[in-house]
Design a binder for this molecule. Sequence first.
Ligand code: NAI
Ligand code: 13P
Length: 437
Amino acid sequence: MTSANDSNTNANKDTNENSSNESNKAADKQNSLLSGIIGRASKSGIGRKKLDPSAVESAVAKNMAEIHSNPTKLRLAFLGGGSFGTAMANLAARNGCDTTLWVRNKRTVKAMQKTQMNKKYLPGHKLDDRLKYSHDLASAVKDTDIIFIAVPGLAFRETLKNIGPFISGQSIVSLTKGMEKDTFAMMSDIIKEVLPEVNFGVMSGPNLAIEIMKNMPSATVIASESEPLRHAVQAALHSAFFRVFASDDIRGVELGGALKNIYAIAMGMAAAYEVGENTKAMILTRALAEMSRFGVEAGANPLTFLGLSGVGDLYATCSSELSRNYRIGNMLGRGMSIDAAVKKLGQTAEGVNTIQQVHEKATKDGIYMPITHALYAVIYEDKAALGVALHLMEAGFRSDVEFVMAHDHSNAALTAQMKAANSTSKNESSDKDSDSK
Ligand SMILES: NC(=O)C1=CN([C@@H]2O[C@H](COP(=O)(O)OP(=O)(O)OC[C@H]3O[C@@H](n4cnc5c(N)ncnc54)[C@H](O)[C@@H]3O)[C@@H](O)[C@H]2O)C=CC1
Ligand SMILES: O=C(CO)COP(=O)(O)O
């Protein structure tokens, strides 16, 4: 005889078996979907600049059976053996992609092969056994589907020129969050200039490398005009711990990644002054206003700044000491010079250059970027941080979100009236002072 408990247990067992069958089925479905996407992306030639969607579809239909029984592996190269190139290459290798990490230093490559670790940038984090390492650029990039570039912005052009001779049909994805010195060029501009025929994308988001190595759930954005490239990158990097969202606003996504470094420096500095949460919230949201204003002038969609590559990355880097830009700001706030802070950090902090570029560009083009100008004054003109911050608070009346209510003449008129009233009262009080003397 079966008791009520037994039948409950059996029912639970059945339910558990059913749900585990269901979840196995769901996992199988997801795996075949991913391999389908990988197969579709590589078979349809993600490296081709102009894709004919019908050719893509017919290639997919033709190869569907083969794709499902024998998924084609994507062949990937990651250039740059710093923390981010290593973390991303590790994700791809772990997903089963044929992945090579190119590092310029031969001895570092040897050490990585031996220890399966990037001791300098990601100490203590074991890398996937399947990840390959190379210091030979030609062999690293030849015969690959996608080349991801994760070198600092100042080395981006040189890296592209170096791979130029080995480009056949590969696509390029920039992981760099910088701006070129003196040219105001973003990485996508440099790709278009140096390798105009190449299909490309940019990837950016709140992606502190160490958190990714620790399998802390994270997400990013791949922006490209090429749908197969977006799908290939999504499939290559997607995992239970890492989601890849898509966008076609290349300018907005890469500007989000570059500009937020400026404000991470500002926030690190503010933290050194032990500011309150209201102040941090004010800096963060006014930073977002500056970023989207600058972005719109550069041709980006302001709504992109509400996404992961905008507010997402701004939040991550403005609130974590894992951010190198934040740490630079914090050292500056504690009285260190910029040169001493950069030397002490010993890693890439793109914001140091980006502040200069954006300050110059905004001044030249008349774009209102008060936080950037204030930081520039503190770092490069040796102005006192407290005075500059107080001046920022007096910067006049503005609308909150200018894409909702434009900053119009009534704001400007009110600001002028207040300034006039302030200077009259200052004059009156200095007259009184001199009368009383
Ligand atoms: N570390 C992070 O959490 C993230 C970094 N990024 C971006 O990735 C880019 C690279 O940064 P990280 O990997 O963090 O830098 P890193 O400071 O950890 O390492 C930089 C790497 O670039 C190499 N390098 C420098 N100049 C080079 C050149 N001329 N040719 C070849 N390699 C060169 C260095 O040897 C080093 O391996 C930056 O633009 C950064 O903003 C983006 C997302 C997250
Ligand atoms: O871009 C990053 C995280 O998204 C890394 O920021 P830092 O370059 O400031 O470390």
